[in-house]
Design a binder for this molecule. Structure first.
Ligand code: GLU
Length: 419
């Protein structure tokens, strides 16, 4: 049921988008009820010992939103802002993301409410192992397959995989994706989300008549998604004018040197002190002059307050849920094209799928093969989304939800409701 409380939450944003597509699909009330409820929400305590010897307790979550098309799939987030509402929204979006690119997965997401910047490597390992141990019975290659998300790395996935493997007395690489290459990771996985963002963006830019060589791009967030998107945009000849992270935003009209920015982050862990652009605020960056804007950090950054000031012609959602429904309405009224999160950032989970397949075969592909298959999956499905957008005279977001919901409903209807 959609409630007033949900409407102001992150999950509420997701429900609002879902309802628009469900209306156009003329989805019946029963199916709407089923699809707006998570299958399973798990909350647990993670007691752990600080390096100083003191004990502390964090809260862990795993939401398995939907299993109609396959095992639950989705990342694990370590962040102070993690709540049940947020994890549920992210698991909800994973359901549609996997469906819109036609992967044989349902949707899931996990998280721990913590601030990893205050944790040592050993503390991070203890928290991760306890998190994994709490979930041993409900995850697995055919049950639920976690992956990296905000602040979780291939190393964190390695600890998760090892803990699960120890508990189940087997070597089980397919329980988690985004692992290091040496223990069953896939070539191309680290760059995959950023690569997917640029594949979707360049395809839409071609539709809009924006040549890459004359295009200016601004990217909010310089983590795993924003960083590789910036690098690939620059390699395709675009001018990346602005980048940002928690330390602030850096703007250079003539283009930021992305390789230098990446080296800076490699050395200093963030962009603080980066000299390759003028320092501005994150809020200024979002409304700065550019053709393409890529929010690639957290939810709700494009809102009723700033949407009317955004200057980009195209917004590509590298983050999950960066645009509120109010902002989305403003963009649509202003003719600003938005490639929605469930399509724009699906490159990551697509290569996660390839990793899962390779783990099950025990046979690993060359990077060129991964990248070629990724491009094929994304372009095939974005073209289908565009066809639906034209047919229903709607936005790319609503069209993407329509395609995804239709696929999930078909699977659910064939399987039937076990009541
Ligand atoms: N956390 C990523 C996302 O939001 C990747 C999920 C995955 O690979 O399972 O799409």
């Amino acid at each position: 049921m959609t409630t007033a409380v949900r409407e102001v939450s992150v999950f509420g944003d997701g429900i609002a988008y879902f309802n628009e597509a469900a209306d156009l699909l003329q989805l019946d009330a029963g199916m709407r009820q089923i699809l707006t409820h998570p299958s399973r929400q798990i909350i647990f305590s993670i007691p752990f010992q600080r390096d100083t010897g003191e004990f502390e307790v964090f809260t862990g979550y795993r939401v398995q939103y939907n299993f109609a098309r396959g095992p639950a799939k989705g990342g694990i987030r370590y962040h102070p802002g993690v709540t049940l509402d947020e994890v549920t929204a992210l698991a909800f979006w994973m359901t549609w993301k996997c469906a819109v690119v036609d992967l044989p997965f349902g949707g899931g997401k996990g998280g721990v409410t913590c601030d990893p910047s205050t944790l040592s490597n050993n503390e991070l390992e203890r928290i991760t192992r306890r998190y994994a141990a709490e979930l041993v019975e409900v995850v697995g290659p055919d049950k639920d397959v976690p992956a990296p998300d905000v602040n979780t790395t291939p190393q964190v996935m390695a600890w998760f995989m090892d803990t699960y493997s120890m508990h189940t007395r087997q070597n089980c690489p397919g329980v988690v994706t985004g692992k290091p290459l040496e223990i069953g990771g896939s070539r191309g996985r680290v760059e995959a989300t950023g690569r997917g963002v640029t594949i979707c963006a360049l395809d839409e830019m071609a539709q809009m008549g924006i040549a890459p060589e004359s295009a200016s791009v601004v990217i909010q967030g310089f983590g795993n998604v924003g960083m590789y998107a910036a690098k690939l945009f620059a390699e395709r000849g675009c001018t990346v004018r602005g980048i940002s992270d928690v330390t602030g935003a850096y703007y250079n009209k003539d283009g930021i040197n992305i390789v230098e920015a990446m080296e800076h982050v490699g050395k200093h862990h963030n962009l603080a002190g980066f000299q390759g652009g003028d320092k501005i605020s994150n809020a200024e960056l979002l409304v700065s002059e550019c053709d393409v804007l890529v929010p690639a950090a957290l939810e709700k950054v494009l809102t009723a307050e700033n949407a009317s000031k955004v200057k980009a012609k195209l917004i590509v959602e590298g983050a999950n849920g960066p645009t509120t429904p109010e902002a989305a309405k403003t963009f649509s009224d202003r003719g600003i094209v938005v490639i929605p999160d469930i399509m724009a950032n699906a490159g990551g989970v697509t290569v996660s799928y390839f990793e899962w397949v390779q783990d099950r075969m025990g046979y690993f592909w060359k990077e060129a093969e991964v990248n070629e298959r990724l491009e094929d999956v994304l372009l095939t499905n974005i073209h289908e989304v565009r066809r639906i957008k034209v047919q229903y005279n709607t936005t790319l977001r609503t069209a993407a939800y329509m395609l995804a919901i239709d696929r999930v409903v078909k699977a659910l209807t064939l399987r039937g409701i076990y009541a």
